[in-house]
Structure formats: C-alpha cells, structure tokens
Design a protein around this ligand. Structure first.
Ligand SMILES: NC(=O)c1ccc[n+]([C@@H]2O[C@H](COP(=O)([O-])OP(=O)(O)OC[C@H]3O[C@@H](n4cnc5c(N)ncnc54)[C@H](O)[C@@H]3O)[C@@H](O)[C@H]2O)c1
Length: 335
C-alpha cells in the first residue's frame, strides 16, 4: 500500500509513522507536512533514514498536495493547528489549515480516487460536560464546539462526512481525548510541566485546576488509528479513549514526586477564556466492533513519558522558548 500521513512531523503523526514502520514495513509511507512551529523533521529523521518519504507542503495548497495523494491507497489526515491558547490569540491559521486545508485535501483525494481517507479529530468538537454529568460523549452526541480550535475541527469533521455522503469518498473519522507521550510540543500541559520541572521552574495551573480531560498514551491512540484506518466501517465515526479521566491538578500531583517537588511548584494562573470543564468519551464501539483496547496503564505511560523527556533534552531545548511564548498569559491577553 502507499500511505500518506498529513501532519506526520507533528506529535501524533510522528508516533504514528513510527508505529506504521514497525507494523507495516512493506508499505510505502510518505509524510506530507508544512513544518509549522509544531512540525519537526527531527522527530522523524531516523525513519527517513530507514526509507520514510517526506514532502514539505501545505494541505490548503491543492497543487502541492494533489501529486502526493495521487495513487495512494490510504491518506491519514492529522495536519492541523492544534493549540487552544494560540487559537484564542489568532484563529486565522486554524480556519485556513483545519477547515480550508481539510476541504482542499478531501477534494484532491476525491479527484485522484484515493482508496481510503481517515480523519483524525478531537473530543473537543462535542463541547463541555459538567463535572457531575453521569454521561460521556458517544458517536451520537451533538456537536457543540465552544472555541476557535474545536469549532475549526468540527468544521473539518463535517466536511469529511459531506465528501463521504455526496461523493462516496471512502472515509472514517476518529475523535480522541487528550494525548501525551514522546515528541509532544512542550506548549501542552504534560510536556510543558515536565520540561519546566526538569529545568527547576514552577508549573502554571489554570484557575481551580479542576478541568477534567480524558487522557490517552499516544501509542494507544496510534494503535487505534491503525485499526480504524484498516478495518473501520466506511462512513463511521469511532471515539478513542484511554478512559483516564483526570483533572489538570491531578496530573500535576502525579508528576511532582518524580522531580522531588511538592505543591509549592504549582503556580495558579487566571483561567483560559471559554475553558471547557470536562471531556469524557465512551470508546464502546471501537472496542466491540474492532477489538481495540489501550495497552498501557496511565502511571506506566506517564513514567515512560517523563523518562523520554529526561533522555532527550536535545529535542526539546531548542523549542522551549517558543513553547513558553504561547502560554496561558498570551491567550488571556487576547480575549
Ligand atoms: N494532541 C492531542 O491531544 C489530540 C487529541 C485529539 C485529536 N488530535 C488531532 O490529532 C492531529 C494531530 O495532533 P498533534 O497533537 O500531533 O498536533 P501537532 O500540533 O503536534 O502537529 C500538527 C502537525 O501538522 C502540521 N501542519 C500544520 N499545518 C499544516 C498545513 N497547513 N499543511 C500541512 N501540515 C501542517 C504541523 O507542521 C505539525 O507537524 C490533529 O488533527 C489534532 O486535531 C490531537
């Protein structure tokens, strides 16, 4: 098979490329990535040496993306602008890449008869649950995005469904909770905290710290993507969840002891505007139809992540200042 991963130089994309090389060494694998601040050739350099193809380009540029998807059996679409704080400061790139880019890519795949298209999306499209809501999101939950990032991802999901219904493009969609693991840009909660703790700094915590996310180790997510992209029922959405509901404060409480630090290392900062309270997903369909289950326990995966960042300062040191600049204060200032 010829397989194209858009956004394959980003966090989840580079982990997926690594998993794909291991699981399907016979496939021709090509990463298509614009290399924004979040895309890093360093994350896939070893794979390129082992035969991974790489093309730099913008998914919103038809003339760049069409020749790459032409003749491919599968496109897995991960390219996106992904950071909520940045979306609040400037939503424009989110609209361009996540909405227009997805539309352009779908059209290129349709015109070139791509065999199959899998779209990687987020639980944030469903909006926010209250802390005491007994329900979790299901595939039937209504779309209620509340911020520019989630609204742009909701738009991309709608486009994928429209190309499936209208043109018969063979598509699947997955919506996943918060990922963590190696190669994640240190502007996101877990790697930001780890990198700051390694550097002996304090860690910012939004508001009361009770915002709950549904955490999953990136490799478990990638295994789900592999399964869905191969065996998922066309026209179907799957929810991917590690079923680890933890608040931001609980995450920090679990990280601090690994660095010999206590609560004094937490710096409470004013909340993000429009901050969703809780996400929680029911992965029942993915488990029962496709037999996927996450393999790592949360504590084991968190320990592996800490040890990866400890062992790879050459990966995060050059980007730590950029990551700091897109933090909570920037988002509050813009809203
Ligand atoms: N990280 C999470 O917790 C999470 C959870 C659920 C879903 N997702 C989704 O998974 C996908 C990957 O997320 P991530 O965390 O790896 O993101 P990331 O920000 O680490 O990587 C995004 C990648 O897309 C590339 N890119 C951005 N704009 C592009 C463009 N116009 N054309 C081509 N490439 C472009 C970047 O260079 C980067 O390599 C996204 O679609 C995101 O919405 C992420």
């Amino acid at each position: 098979m010829k397989v194209v991963l858009t956004g394959g130089a980003g966090f989840i994309g580079s982990n997926l490329a690594r998993l794909w090389r291991r699981q399907h060494p016979e496939d021709e694998l090509v990463v298509f990535d614009l290399l924004t601040y979040a895309g890093r050739r360093e994350s896939i350099r070893d794979l390129e040496r082992a035969g991974l193809g790489f093309v730099q380009g913008d998914v919103a540029d038809y003339s760049a993306v069409a020749p790459v998807v032409a003749g491919s059996d599968l496109v897995v679409h991960l390219a996106a602008e992904t950071h909520n704080d940045r979306a609040i400061v400037d939503p424009t790139p989110f609209l361009r890449t996540n909405v227009v880019g997805t539309g352009v890519l779908l059209e290129a795949c349709r015109r070139h008869d791509v065999g199959r298209f899998h779209h990687v999306s987020t639980d944030e499209v469903f909006g926010s649950l209250s802390l005491d809501d007994p329900h979790r999101f299901t595939e039937a939950s209504p779309y209620r995005p509340r911020g520019p990032y989630s609204a742009s991802k909701a738009g991309s999901d709608h486009l994928v469904r429209a190309w499936s219904e209208t043109y018969g493009l063979p598509t699947t969609i997955s919506n996943c909770g918060n990922n963590f693991g190696p190669y994640q840009f240190p502007e996101k909660l877990i790697p930001r905290a780890i990198v700051r703790l390694i550097r002996g700094l304090r860690v910012p915590l939004f508001g009361d710290g009770k915002h709950v996310r549904d955490w999953i180790y990136v490799e478990d997510h990638c295994e789900a993507l592999d399964v869905i992209a191969h065996r998922g029922k066309l026209g179907t959405t799957y929810l991917v969840s590690g079923e680890n509901e933890l608040s931001n404060r609980q995450i920090l409480d679990r990280l601090l002891p690994s660095f010999g630090r206590g609560p004094e290392a937490i710096e409470v900062v004013a909340d993000r505007p429009g901050h969703d309270r809780r996400y929680a997903l029911d992965p029942g369909r993915l488990k029962s139809e496709l037999g996927w289950t996450p393999k790592r326990s949360f504590p084991e995966a968190l320990a592996e992540t800490v040890s990866w960042y400890r062992g790879h300062p050459e990966w995060w040191e050059p980007i730590s200042e950029v990551a700091e600049a897109s933090g909570p204060a920037a988002a509050r200032g813009a809203a």
